[in-house]
Write a protein that binds this ligand. Structure first.
Ligand SMILES: Nc1ncnc2c1ncn2[C@@H]1O[C@H](COP(=O)(O)OP(=O)(O)OP(=O)(O)O)[C@@H](O)[C@H]1O
Ligand SMILES: [Mg+2]
Length: 248
């Protein structure tokens, strides 16, 4: 069992997915699926609902990886009538009894995970591997961006790359920056602006025009004009949907 800590967009979910497939290929787990859940998938609303709910999720995860995002929400000491501890109880049992057949990965912010393990020593002692995902630096984000651009069949001009680096450096200083995810979204928006630019251009377009992101496509971002934050992040990825199972 493992714990992944780190800020949003530093790759925890992505690595958990890879981990499931690697552990499968190494023969540690039979099927290699990743079942990604949060508190609401495990904890019921009424007395007696939680244990069966958690057990159902565990059943789906057997032979693979159970990924519990923001695991610390299972523990809410401030709420007396909280059923979180019942889910923790079930998890503690299966993490022991099914250890041959199930890998549990818990993820979240570093300090809150540490508090969670302190408050739940049984949990802490069952997690052998604590892996921290440090924040990416600007040059690393630039590499990630270039990978993403290439993967999408696009290119970026030299001026464009310079603009993107400027953009990254500005975003790094702002709140709500979500590293890899923000980069993915920034590229998405740059592609949109590129498409608009081409649509509005009246010269004949070459193939290079169609696949190249230029500095303009980056510099139109509000990051370069506003003193306020970038437009709100709209994701639809990252924290997998409740109960979504991804087959590795
Ligand atoms: N090292 C990397 N190389 C390439 N892409 C990356 C890397 N790290 C993160 N990404 C990309 O960033 C996006 C967000 O990553 P991911 O969802 O794994 O982050 P997370 O740590 O689970 O975030 P959260 O805490 O918000 O759930 C994904 O699109 C992923 O592909
Ligand atoms: Mg995630």
């Amino acid at each position: 069992h493992m714990s992944f800590t780190g800020n949003p967009g530093t790759g925890k979910t992505t690595v958990a997915l890879r981990m499931a497939s690697i552990l499968h290929r190494l023969g540690y787990i039979e099927k290699g699926q990743l079942v990604s859940v949060t508190r609401d998938d495990l904890v019921g609303q009424y007395v007696g609902h939680t244990a069966p709910k958690t057990k159902d999720v565990v059943k789906r995860a057997l032979g693979g990886v159970l990924f519990i995002d923001e695991a610390y929400y299972l523990h809410r000491p401030e709420n007396e009538r909280d059923y979180g501890p019942e889910a923790i109880e079930v998890l503690l049992q299966v993490m022991e009894s099914e250890r041959e057949n199930l890998v549990v990965i818990m993820a979240g912010y570093k300090d809150r995970m540490e508090q969670f393990f302190q408050a739940n020593p049984g949990m802490g002692s069952r997690v052998a591997h604590h892996i921290h995902f440090p924040d990416y630096k600007a040059d690393e984000l630039m590499e990630i961006a270039e990978l993403m651009i290439a993967k999408q069949g696009y290119e970026i001009s030299d001026d464009g790359a310079q603009a993107l680096l400027d953009y990254i450096e500005r975003r790094l200083d702002r709140p709500r920056f979500a590293y890899g995810r923000s980069i993915r979204n920034a590229i998405e928006r740059a592609r949109m602006r590129q498409a608009m630019r081409l649509f509005e251009s009246d010269r004949k377009l070459t193939k290079a025009d169609l696949v190249t992101i230029e500095a303009d496509d980056i510099r139109q971002s509000s990051v370069f004009t506003d003193t306020e934050e970038e437009e709100p992040e709209d994701d639809g990825e990252g924290t997998a949907k409740a109960g979504a199972a991804v087959s590795a």
